[in-house]
Design a protein. Structure first.
Lengths: 170, 400
């Protein structure tokens, strides 16, 4: 990566990292994990910088890496769990347990299953079309629709969301 | 959810995300990470190249003829598709009829009774279905949950094994059915004293943080009960075609087994014999999760003596733990969640109050018998609808 490309990359990070960090935070439910996730996604984008011909495609590329990395991390962590005779006695890191309870919507999102949460974030925060969400998550458009519908129903019934909306309506 | 709801969600997400400020050195950190990735890729490529050279040399051996791939790993029999269809268990065999004694922690037995009372909901006007306690134990994991297992008929003619997971479980012992508790049930593939009972309990949708083993959270509990005195339980199943086994000494096996989206075909094998199989992705939940935040405690009025306090939530009813005769009692209550809270002494209604989080006098100068269990529960908004979850605090007081 030459100096010009590096400057371009830094300008891109300065312009877009806030929004991307928001996506990562909504996906992971944890600020520290979100920073790690975004840093990894940006690093991979940086490595591909020379191959991304159209600069307007950078965002889509970085978002794809972000979502793919997020899914990969989850799968890797799950596969790392092996049922054992004796369960551990001590608490481990529970990123979703560290959700800021002062942000009710974020807490409600954290209670959604992983894929459902990803659908909500991509569809309603990133505002991506259903087809693009389906492509990013590697599933059908129908699955995106059903997941979005179920997610919205769960959010609508979530006690934190209900309380938040009641508070806003006063 | 309407278009307005969707707009609201978008606005709120924007408001949440707008508070995120990325670290100032993010670009520099990303560049460093990129360097590490590049070096790792190079290292991996070099290693692959080295192995590619070495493997033919090793496999070639003295004769140099054995260059084929190693034999494929044999498919686990538990993962082979099967045309076997197990006959439905005759209706005469009810889960609640099993004569197995209770096994588990004696200290948790009172809680198990309350869990059963809260979970086994008869239809209006119907007698409470029989329920038999089978096991209660602690999951030694960070979430500190306890697991409760009992057999019952939740619907007519169908045997069920119900499992409740109660969080948090500290201190252990005589627990209330706490917020963040989840109860799930599944139709038993088969049940009988000679057959192992197995159940996967997905807790997707359970409120609050899921329990974790180390780094990972899990969404399912595998619960297997063998006949009392069983030396060992071996359990084989498949998740997405991958074999999964769990074994444990004794007649109870409880394991966290994976994420909330684990689906697949479950097969129960006992001594090499297939005894049950079925989809594990479509369990049936019994009752509703208990998700309401608690209410503020009802203050004891000056000059009155507190006889009993009932604090809890759920649906529909939690029995009083200890019976004390009270000749002239006043009940004050505060609740939220349901339209109204009703309190009864056994089957005798004492009164009901609106659930507006204010303290109300529910009953005055009533007599409570020593053996009358005091019950509290939500009143559904719609006649004939399901019992409404309710969070409540009720005090029973007497004059000075």
């Amino acid at each position: 990566v030459d100096e010009l490309a590096r400057e371009e990359f830094r300008a891109y990070v300065a312009a877009r990292s806030g929004a991307l960090l928001g996506t990562a935070t909504l996906l992971t439910g944890d600020r520290a994990l979100a920073e790690d996730l975004l840093q990894t996604a940006l690093a991979r984008t940086y490595l591909a910088w020379g191959r991304i011909r159209r600069r307007e495609a950078v965002d889509a590329y970085c978002r794809r890496v972000l979502v793919t990395t997020y899914s990969t991390w989850w799968r890797r962590k799950w596969r790392g769990e092996v049922p054992t005779e004796r369960l551990p006695e001590r608490a481990g890191s529970d990123p979703y347990g560290q959700v800021d309870e002062g942000v009710p919507l974020r807490a409600a999102l954290a209670r959604l299953p992983r894929r459902m949460r990803a659908v909500v974030v991509l569809r309603y925060w990133e505002d991506l079309p259903e087809a693009e969400v389906a492509e990013l998550l590697g599933c059908s458009v129908g699955t995106v629709k059903s997941q979005a519908s179920r997610a919205l129903a769960k959010l609508r019934a979530d006690v934190d969301v209900v309380a938040l909306r009641e508070e806003e309506s006063r | 959810m309407s278009a307005d709801d969707e707009r609201w969600l978008r606005d709120r997400l924007t408001a949440v995300v707008d508070t995120e400020q990325p670290p100032a050195d993010l670009a520099t950190r990303a560049e460093r990470t990129a360097g590490r990735i590049r070096r790792r890729r190079f290292g991996t490529a070099a290693a692959v190249a080295a192995v590619a050279v070495a493997v033919p040399l090793v496999l070639g051996g003295a004769g140099g003829t054995d260059r084929g791939l190693p034999p494929a790993r044999p498919t686990d029999p538990a993962c082979l598709p099967s045309d076997q269809v197990l006959p439905d268990q005759p209706d005469a065999v009810s889960a609640a009829d099993v004569t197995w004694p209770y096994r588990g922690d004696p200290a948790l037995r009172p809680t198990l009774d309350r869990v059963m009372a809260a979970s086994v909901n008869p239809d209006p006007g119907e007698p409470r279905p029989p329920a038999r306690p089978l096991y209660a134990g602690r999951l030694a994991e960070p979430a500190g949950s306890a697991v409760f297992v009992f057999a019952t008929r939740l619907t007519a003619g169908a045997p069920w094994l119900a499992v409740a997971r109660v969080l948090p479980a500290e201190p252990y012992g005589d627990l209330a059915v706490a917020p963040d508790s989840a109860t799930a049930g599944a139709r038993l593939p088969r049940l009988g004293p000679e057959v192992q009972v197995s159940l996967l309990v997905p807790v997707e949708g359970a409120p609050g943080p899921l329990p974790a083993t180390g780094w990972d959270r899990y969404g399912n509990l595998l619960v297997a009960l063998g006949p009392p005195g069983t030396d060992r339980i071996d359990y084989r199943a498949c998740y997405r075609g991958r074999p999964f086994t769990a074994s444990g000494a004794g007649d109870v096996l409880v394991r966290p087994v994976g994420p909330v989206d684990a689906t697949g075909r479950l097969r129960v094998v006992d001594g090499g014999r297939l005894v049950a199989e079925g989809d594990v992705g479509a369990p049936v939940f019994a009752g509703q999760n208990l998700v309401l935040p608690g209410v503020e405690p009802v203050p004891v009025p000056a000059g009155r003596r507190l006889v009993q306090r009932l604090t809890g939530q759920g649906e529909p009813q939690l029995p009083r733990t200890a019976g004390t005769a009270v000749p002239s009692a006043t009940l004050l209550a505060r609740c939220r969640g349901a339209e109204q809270l009703t309190v009864a002494a056994a089957d005798r209604p004492l009164g009901r109050v609106p659930c507006d989080e204010q303290v109300h006098v529910l009953a005055e100068d009533v007599e409570l018998g020593e053996s009358e269990p005091l019950m509290a529960g939500g009143v559904p908004e719609l006649r004939g609808g399901p019992d409404a979850p309710v969070a409540y605090d009720v005090v029973v007081v007497t004059a000075g």
